[in-house]
Structures are given as C-alpha cells and as structure tokens.
Design a protein. Structure first.
Length: 157
C-alpha cells in the first residue's frame, strides 16, 4: 500500500467522522499564584493559617483545581495550582479569594480582606518541584528575610 493511498483513505475516514470528538487531551498547566492581605497588612494570624489552607483545599476541589502546595504567612498567600484548559484564571482566583475570606470572616474572631489584584506566573514541569518546595517553605523564607533585614539594620547603626 503506498503512502498516497493511505492518506486518501485516512482523509475519507476523517470526513466520515466529522461529529466524533477527540477523546484524549493532554495538558500540564501549572501556576504560582500569590495574593496579599489588604495593604499588605499582617492580617493573617497563626490561628487562621491552618483553617485558611483547609478552605483553599476545599474550594479548589469544588472548582476542579489541583492545589499542589500552599504557603501562608502574615500578609500573603502562595499557591501552586494545576488548571484545566477550560478554567478561566480570573474566575478561579475570585472564587478562591472570595470563598476563603468569607468563611474566615464568618467563623473566626479575626478579620481578613484581600487586595483586589494577584500575581500569577506559569511554572514549567521542569521547575515544578522547586516551586512547590519554595511555596511550602514560605514561613522559613520570610523568617530568613526578616533576620537578614534585622541584621542589615543593625549594621547601619
């Protein structure tokens, strides 16, 4: 069977199956999503952090978002997420932020309000594990940053 014949035969089969959809779709869409407390105030207390993480996991599951890592500190939240091609990023962010602040404010003595914006960056599969590690170690990173700032301040005096 020559190549041209196979191509004609293949084309005819495709034309006959116009209503058949593709049954397999492959994608790897990873993002590093960050948002802050209003005015970057340190509004997120230690008592809120665990509850906030559970709320983000719950809402992510409802949305069909894979939440791969969460890192929370006093003034902002880091997430590594995997989205489907059908997800609309602004809607996902709105749902995560809105749900989490609503639930925290209704159940806690504490109060949280998020900034309007957010930062989202793509993460390659090659760098995914490094991004997950970075997010999971947010408290340590920020403690080290604070120590370095304190040391720099002391050196100036």
């Amino acid at each position: 069977m020559n190549k041209a014949y196979r191509s004609k035969q293949h084309r005819k089969k495709i034309e006959e199956d116009k209503d058949v959809s593709i049954t397999h779709t492959s994608y790897a869409l990873y993002f590093h999503l960050v948002w802050s407390a209003k005015n970057r105030f340190q509004l997120i207390t230690d008592s809120m952090m665990e509850n906030l993480e559970l709320l983000l996991k719950k809402k992510s599951k409802e949305l069909g978002v894979h939440l791969l890592a969460v890192g929370i500190n006093a003034e902002h939240v880091h997430n590594i997420i995997s989205l489907k091609p059908t997800h609309y990023i602004p809607e996902v962010v709105k749902e995560l932020k809105g749900f989490s602040s609503h639930e925290i404010n209704k159940k806690q003595d504490d109060f949280i309000k998020w900034t309007r914006g957010y930062d989202i960056r793509t993460v390659s599969q090659k760098n995914l594990q490094a991004a997950i590690n970075y997010v999971k170690n947010q408290k340590r990173h920020h403690a080290e940053d604070q120590d370095m700032r304190s040391g720099a301040d002391q050196n100036l005096t």
